[in-house]
Design a protein around this ligand. Structure first.
Ligand code: AIR
Length: 176
């Protein structure tokens, strides 16, 4: 599988179609920002079922710790992946029709015994899938844990900065 970066991948990011890439890029971008070695593949639970099974079965031997799977429509990819492994699987429902509600239910409504951590629909979910994977890895990686804390701090500072911009804009509007 194509590795992104030099180190052995810890996170696998798979998607049901190349048409999912623009949204799943949010996930890949964040993993890159946290310097988490990862790999990426297009695998369809319906169109390439054998490839799906082989990929997931070989993941632990490659050192993969978390699998992120994004899919739209009847989004069975995360659930099918979860059926082949006990690695944590994070599902990202994508909007390929019906505002992503079809994919959301396909991913969230797993039967008991085979869990999938279901994120929000679309770009927020793709970004949170990366953060969730980093959180899993950070349990046993102090450097990543510190980076996560820093990420939260920066996010909070950014909200405060935007708040002062909104207040300044309101003050200007009130004066005119
Ligand atoms: N898909 C692909 N195989 C099974 C499923 N559910 C999903 C893809 C994509 C949508 O179907 O994840 O979101 C449409 O794929 P395409 O290739 O027709 O653009």
């Amino acid at each position: 599988m194509p590795k992104l970066g030099r180190a052995a991948p810890l996170v696998a990011v798979v998607m049901g179609s190349d048409s999912d890439l623009p949204v799943m890029n949010e996930c890949l971008k964040l993993l890159g920002q946290f310097s988490v070695p990862h790999e990426c593949a297009v695998i369809s639970a319906h169109r390439t079922p054998d490839r799906c099974r082989q990929y997931v079965r070989s993941a632990p031997a490659r050192g993969i710790k978390v699998i992120i799977a994004g899919a739209g429509r009847a989004a069975h990819l995360p659930g099918v992946i979860a059926s082949y492994t006990t690695l944590p699987v994070v599902g990202v429902p994508l909007d390929a029709g019906m505002s992503g509600l079809d994919a959301l239910l396909s991913i969230a409504q797993m039967p008991s015994g085979v869990p999938v951590a279901c994120m929000a629909v679309g770009k927020s979910g793709a970004a949170n899938a990366a953060l969730f994977a980093v959180e899993v890895l950070a349990v046993s990686d102090g450097v990543l844990a510190r980076k996560l804390k820093q990420h939260r701090t920066s996010m909070a500072a950014e909200v405060v900065r935007k708040s002062s911009l909104v207040v300044a804009e309101r003050n200007r509007a009130d004066k005119s």
